[in-house]
Design a protein around this ligand. Structure first.
Ligand code: GLC
Length: 724
């Protein structure tokens, strides 16, 4: 039993990282000295040289000034591993050593509710990016998970703004302590892939402030993120890459962002739009040129056109200076002009981190006395489902990773059980776009499970049919899912195997919820395995056989059916005018389900354990502008395990409509059998506030608030009231 595995990498890595890692600060120079040096560099640059720096110089670099010893900025995807090499003109470099550590995806990381693991995740990503010579790693993806259909949900973290903020801070610091810039993306409200380059997201100021902005605010103000990526979509009629209010007023003004805003690839649509708003680097406008066979980086919107516009006074040169200043500031902060730690690559420590995250990411959704399987009682094991042998790292879009290796669920079980157990495998279904269930495969699978001591089904979503990211399906970029139904006839297969062996464990791979109504009540155990990275198969095997006690908690609501989701009940899918009217507003995720009394299949924050936890002695006390919350949790079972104490705040007397409750704190505790822990959490005024659109400020109204302590948003164990 290794519930505390996640502490090991911290110990392993802390030494090496602290030795080679570097503080998240400008090089050895003081901020003032850096700014003075930037002034001096700017004074020596010609207008042409400045313009070269504010747009791409190749597929994944932006321009430098060789004459002055200013190198190009080198960027790479992605959010859960350093992507393969592209070459300068989108022609993949062959034969280069560009495999990397394939970490669990964003939703898996968020399911750990473990901020330390967020830091370790970022540290591994930063070290591998440094080793591969990358200055900027294009992650974290922190768009809010609003619709279950969004193709890129797997890359993001959660539906809840507070969990989003907490998990993104460690990730950013981890990356940047390795001397590499993180990139908070996609700013903002890019919550569907449908016609992403042209949709216009209509969203209220309050929803922006309470739901969509908090993750980015935390990345900037607590994580110190060096770069932000402007999204493709419009927000309230203006392209994100041209959005003066969101880029200049909010991000750079209110939040104090000092780094550089990079456009998503080909997200810039006009010269004046980009140059006058707070966009600092235009990327990807070469993509449309590729088809013409004539790629000319000076022809970018923020390219040579600006020479004329500055020349005729249409554009102030000072606007361009400010962009270059920010780029040079990032360069200083990532040690472009001095010694950056060398980084490392495909190391045992990195793989240990991937494993530790996977261990804590996998969520036990349902368990009626079937898990953990007892190794001593299993001599024959039937494994069913094409996802048991499928690898996922290489597809899904720009977040693809050429994994150094990837342990599938079947390999993980074989690694754990060795030759002591007779393991059979039946695909049960074929991964293909069309065509219904294959009755012969179903029959084989049903026969296989009926005679086995234990049976495990592994199904769910896939990223794509191949490693070519344009061949996408389901959990992938550019595409949203058609619905929440399991594809390839899996429902019929699951019903058949459950009929043949009612104890069959149902394991789902994927980035989010599926419609389980056809079999959910017949299944005795259901496990959400996400895309759990290169060590995912080993982690899954350890959990199913009880070597690791699951502690994952859902970072998003799992609806019974799609139409129960607020994004589909209250809002519409993009119409022919390509408008996404977020009329669900602040009612995203559990905020909707709770406030509108809709029962989900599995609630936000839900996740079972092989042990049990008792909450007691909740105390809340207000002193000045803070409320101190204290609660005790005891492990009342026979196995060591971890519980996430979730604190939700409910405004009982609000003058405006507010969600029934909102997550405002959490703490993960690891407890031995019989051990208890009393946690103390301080809630500040922000935990009680809502955003007043009229006053354009946060307001904590006087009145009664309920403080709920729970094991999930719907499993509230203790409640106490406090007067604000
Ligand atoms: C893609 C993605 C973005 C990625 C970039 C570079 O279109 O939206 O997340 O980092 O282009 O590949």
């Amino acid at each position: 039993m290794r519930i505390f595995r996640s502490l090991i990498p911290i110990l392993l890595l802390s030494g090496s990282f602290l030795m080679t890692g570097c503080q998240n600060s400008p090089s050895s120079m003081s901020p003032e000295a850096v700014e003075a040096r930037i002034d001096s560099m700017l004074s020596e640059m010609t207008l042409e040289e400045k313009i070269d720096m504010i747009h791409a110089s190749s597929s994944f670099t932006s321009g430098g000034v060789e004459r002055l010893g200013i190198p190009e900025l080198v960027m790479s995807d992605g959010p859960h591993g350093v992507r393969h090499e592209h070459g300068r003109d989108w022609v993949k470099d062959e034969g280069v050593a560009d495999s990397s550590t394939y970490l669990p995806v964003g939703t898996a990381l968020a399911s750990t509710w473990n901020e330390d693991l967020g830091y370790q995740f970022g540290s591994v990503l930063g070290r591998e990016a440094a080793f591969r010579g990358k200055d900027i790693i294009l992650g974290p993806g922190l768009n809010i998970i609003r619709s279950p259909l969004n193709g890129r949900n797997f890359e993001y973290l959660t539906e809840d703004p507070f969990l989003n903020a907490r998990m993104v801070v460690g990730y950013v610091r981890g990356v940047q302590d390795q001397g590499v810039a993180a990139n908070a993306k996609h700013y903002i409200a890019n919550t569907l892939e449908y016609d992403r380059e042209y949709v216009d997201v209509q969203v209220s100021e309050r929803a922006l402030r309470e739901i969509y902005l908090p993750g980015f605010k935390a990345a900037v103000q607590e994580g110190g993120v060096h770069t932000v990526m402007a999204a493709y979509n419009k927000v309230n009629g203006v392209y994100s890459a041209h959005h003066q209010y969101l880029l200049d007023d909010v991000l750079k003004g209110e939040y104090g962002f000092e780094g550089a805003v990079i456009s998503d690839w080909n997200a810039v649509k006009s010269t004046m739009g980009a140059v006058q708003a707070g966009l600092d680097i235009e990327m990807g406008s070469d993509l449309p040129m590729l088809a013409t066979g004539n790629v000319d980086y000076s022809k970018f919107f923020m390219g040579d056109t600006l020479l004329t516009l500055v020349g005729d006074g249409s554009v102030e040169e000072s606007l361009i200076d400010e962009k270059v200043r920010r780029i040079l500031r990032v360069m200083h902060r990532i040690h472009k002009f001095d010694e950056r730690p060398p980084g490392a690559y495909n190391t045992a420590e990195h793989q240990a981190v991937a494993r530790a995250i996977a261990d804590e990411a996998i969520v036990l959704l349902k368990n009626e006395d079937t898990l953990p399987l007892q190794q001593s009682e299993v001599t024959s094991l039937a494994v069913v489902g094409a996802n048991a042998t499928r690898k996922h790292a290489g597809a899904g879009g720009s977040s693809q990773v050429k994994a150094f290796y990837e342990i599938t669920p079947l390999e993980g079980l074989q690694n754990l059980l060795g030759s002591n157990v007779d393991i059979s495998f039946s695909p049960g279904y074929e991964i293909e776009r069309e065509g219904g269930p294959d009755q012969a495969l179903i029959q084989d699978a049903a026969e296989a499970v009926s005679g086995a001591d234990a049976a495990i089904f592994v199904g769910g979503w896939i990223h794509g049919y191949s490693d070519d990211w344009n061949d996408n399906a389901y959990d992938a970029e550019v595409l949203d899912k058609p619905d929440m139904n399991l594809p390839f006839g899996q429902d019929e297969l699951i019903k058949a195997v459950l009929e043949a062996n009612p104890n069959t464990v149902i394991v789902l791979v994927g980035g989010g919820p599926v419609d389980m109504r056809a079999w959910q009540h017949d299944a005795k155990s259901i496990v959400q395995a996400w895309y759990a990275g290169m060590e995912g198969g080993n982690a899954l095997a350890d959990i199913l056989f009880g070597n690791v006690n699951p502690s994952g908690k859902l970072p998003m609501t799992f609806p019974e059916r799609l139409e129960d989701s607020g994004a589909h009940a209250l809002a519409s899918y993009p119409d022919e005018n390509l408008v996404i009217d977020k009329t669900d507003d602040i009612y995203v995720g559990y905020r909707y389900f709770d406030s509108f009394n809709i029962e989900p299949a599995f609630a936000f924050g839900h996740g079972l354990s092989y042990t049990t936890f008792d909450f007691s002695d909740l105390r809340v006390e207000k002193q000045d502008d803070e409320v101190t919350v204290q609660v005790t949790v005891m492990n009342t079972g026979s196995m060591e395990g971890a519980e996430v104490i979730q604190i939700y705040v409910e405004d009982k007397e609000a003058s405006v409509a507010r969600p029934t409750k909102e997550l405002k704190a959490f703490e993960k505790v690891f407890l031995a059998p019989g051990e208890s822990s009393t946690v103390t959490i301080v809630l500040e005024e922000s935990a009680f506030s809502f955003f007043d659109e009229n006053a354009m400020s946060w307001v904590a109204e006087p009145g009664v608030f309920s403080i709920h302590a729970g094991s999930s948003s719907r499993d509230i164990r203790q409640t106490a009231n406090v007067e604000w």
